[in-house]
Design a protein around this ligand. Sequence first.
Ligand code: GNR
Ligand code: NI
Length: 180
Amino acid sequence: MALLDILVYPDPRLRRLADNVVDFNDELQLFVANMAETMYFAPGIGLAATQVNDPRRIICVDVSPEGNDLGVYINPEIIEKDGSQTYEEGCLSIPGVFAEVERFEHIKIRAQDTTGNSFDKEAHGLLAVCIQHEIDHLDGKVFVDYLSRLKQDRVRKRMIKEHGMEAIHYDEKAVAESSL
Ligand code: GNR
Ligand code: NI
């Protein structure tokens, strides 16, 4: 197995819209195992393939205190949603930043497992928060997008200051032209 590098905000690769998984093969199994290992090592309660620079719609979650309840959701879709809850979120791609975000309290998702079998899963509370946070990553969104522009600006500057070039994976031309 292998640990994967996690992209740091405001890396533009975090903005990519992920593609559906079509090949359910050995390589997918290996990649998912590496994602899970990376999530537990970080440590985090969720990880989206987008964060490790992979373009596929794959998320891992484990909100259990013991870290022994791994959920892997491939091509996840929210098919039911209701209620609302507010939770103080963090993100492995925005280390050290936490803010309250409002999400659905209950969701039902339809997804596939690593062999391609389709299944439904209901989630409430923290699990529902985490799954919504991860699906956002697959759609190129991060939790700070829900904050004011002023707060987003502060977070962006802080990440660049604290993480330097890790946070700025723009190509050289874009770096030269930017005023960051
Ligand atoms: O580890 C994580 N903790 C967390 C806390 C509150 C709401 C969402 C999360 S997900 C985050 C890991 C991560 O960045 N997943 O994309
Ligand atoms: Ni995240």
